[in-house]
Ligand binder design. Sequence first.
Ligand SMILES: [Mn+2]
Length: 386
Amino acid sequence: MLRLLHTADWQMGMMATGLGPAAARVRAARLDSLRNLLALAADREAQAILVAGDLFEDNQVGSTVVEGVVGLLNDATRVPIHIIPGNHDPFTRDSVYRRPVWSQLRGHIKVHTTFEPVRLAADALLFPCPLDRKFGMDDPTTAIPVRNGGAELRVGLAHGTMRIRPGVGDDYFPIALDAADRRGLDYLALGHWHSTLAADGVGAGAASARACYSGTHETTRFGERDSGNAVLVTLNRPGEPPAIETLRTGVLRWTDLEIDLDRQPIADAARTLREWPEAERTLLRLTLRGALPPQASAELLALRDLARERFVHCAIDESQIRPADTGDEIFTTPHLRQTAEALRALASGAAPGIAPAPGQTAPAASPEVARRALQILHQAAWSARA
Ligand SMILES: [Mn+2]
């Protein structure tokens, strides 16, 4: 029996742009989840860890990023680790794997830069398929010799695009859907896609497909399905389907939430955020839609503060909020009331756009801009009254 922990796409050094101060936390979480992964490998008695490429975001990542990773691999586990370069960190002349730090490692870490097979156990062979370019249209697994008799377990380690789901992802390094069968492999450990996927087309939990994407060990962005995992693969004997178990390694949760203010008052939305479990480990992308009564505009400001305080990061999309049809009585001066009326007419499309000021070429205000302006006007009036 052979038990392997399969992982890929650590994307260490990822910039996490657009997240402001949360970016540092997101980058640090990728190391924390690697610690989780190494602990799981020991707990579950994996005989080897297979890393199917893209450990690093690119070959130019900073030296502290590389030292952080190799330090962990060197010190935090004794389980043998087999690494291949992927298309983000290919084995080029300036490859991250050529830096001197790799030569100081203990012997349990092996970066495979050639297709030379190695022994995983007395009766098991590993066929690494390293990439030496960022782009390519060849199938890296064709370098694996087909099975020619022999009673050993055969495991492939490759990085590229297997079209498990049609129309998803890019075409770089296309890998045949039946590559494992063609090459006579008992298991093909794949990297490149960030979701955990088995070649039977579903999430890998309890699957028995011979080819599998482990997915990234830590989610990299909003909307990424089934990421933040590793897979534990158990191979009993040649020709028998592997047993595949999905293990959670990820630290942070990336969640999308939509709240319709036509269905629930903003006070309910605030309670939802206040009671959110593990908000301190969650990045939230919140979309608010529906009508916002003017007297609730102050509550929206409080909701923003609450979200920013409780969550690792919270991006609120307010572009689909529209002001309620009432509430202009808050405006106590004729000038403000006239402005609100004009904005309402614009927002409903009943009035043509506001002409640009003399000498300016600004486009006329769109209904969306008018809605947003009226909302801000309401917010300001209610804040001033409070
Ligand atoms: Mn990749």
